[in-house]
Design a protein around this ligand. Sequence first.
Ligand SMILES: NC(=O)c1ccc[n+]([C@@H]2O[C@H](COP(=O)([O-])OP(=O)(O)OC[C@H]3O[C@@H](n4cnc5c(N)ncnc54)[C@H](O)[C@@H]3O)[C@@H](O)[C@H]2O)c1
Length: 270
Amino acid sequence: MVADAIRLDGKVVIITGGAGGIGSATARLMAARGARVAIADIMEDAARKVAAGLPGAIAIHLDLEDQTSIEAMIAETVAHYGQLDVLHNNAALLGPDIAQADNDVESMSTALWDRTFAVNVRGTMIGCRAALPHLRKTRGNIVNTVSNLALQGHMIQAAYSSSKAAIIQMTRAIAASHGIHGIRCNAVAPGMTMTSALRDAFPPVLRKAVEDETLRDQLGEPEDIAEAAAFLASHAARNITGQVLVADGGCASHVPGISQFRSFFSGEHA
Ligand SMILES: NC(=O)c1ccc[n+]([C@@H]2O[C@H](COP(=O)([O-])OP(=O)(O)OC[C@H]3O[C@@H](n4cnc5c(N)ncnc54)[C@H](O)[C@@H]3O)[C@@H](O)[C@H]2O)c1
């Protein structure tokens, strides 16, 4: 049955940033599909709370700026479960202070650029490097979370978007190098996704601007991204590698100015 193929029974999955909005929804969804999830996050208490509600789950302290911590996350997971099937690199350097400081290149602080790349790119690379020997044993896979901002230009978040674009190329590089060992590597690119943090922080006028560009009748929810990640992680995606699955409600898939067209034709198509 098709539905069975999208299950993750018995799979051991590490979810970095698993205490966050999308990460915790993904942990819940993957656990409901049969996975044993290791929830790795710098917010240790929050990670423990997510794990406490899920059968077979564990929480792991992770600081993506610290190589030892990343390598320990992989080692602890394998020591606990005896295997690793999926590394889901979902964590990223985010938050209101970071978003406020990360604008265009001309105003960019070198320290913020370096920190963004340290967490998002270097951290992801070290995690993948440590996971690959274990994934080779299970013919497992990696799912990296990127962003619609890695695929389109914007006037904000130059460091964040550049770091996510680097992760896309890392995704292809890993797929190309390790496919021969049975390992897949893909990325999911969320568009604006209504985590509770974003719902509180995002100015309504800008939210409306994104809604106007969305082809669905609503913005994405964390569970929507969780479904895309779970699919890529599952056997159902066995012939898919080196790809970016854009889960943005169609924001990036239409001609510019569609909201004006929608208004213009709204009378005819109402
Ligand atoms: N929400 C959106 O609209 C959106 C859009 C595009 C892409 N994304 C991507 O989705 C992923 C999840 O985002 P979210 O919206 O759930 O954000 P979030 O802030 O709720 O989750 C991010 C998690 O990463 C963790 N983290 C941050 N720095 C870390 C570090 N140094 N070490 C370990 N963990 C660390 C945080 O503690 C947090 O739990 C991110 O990769 C983000 O870039 C989100």
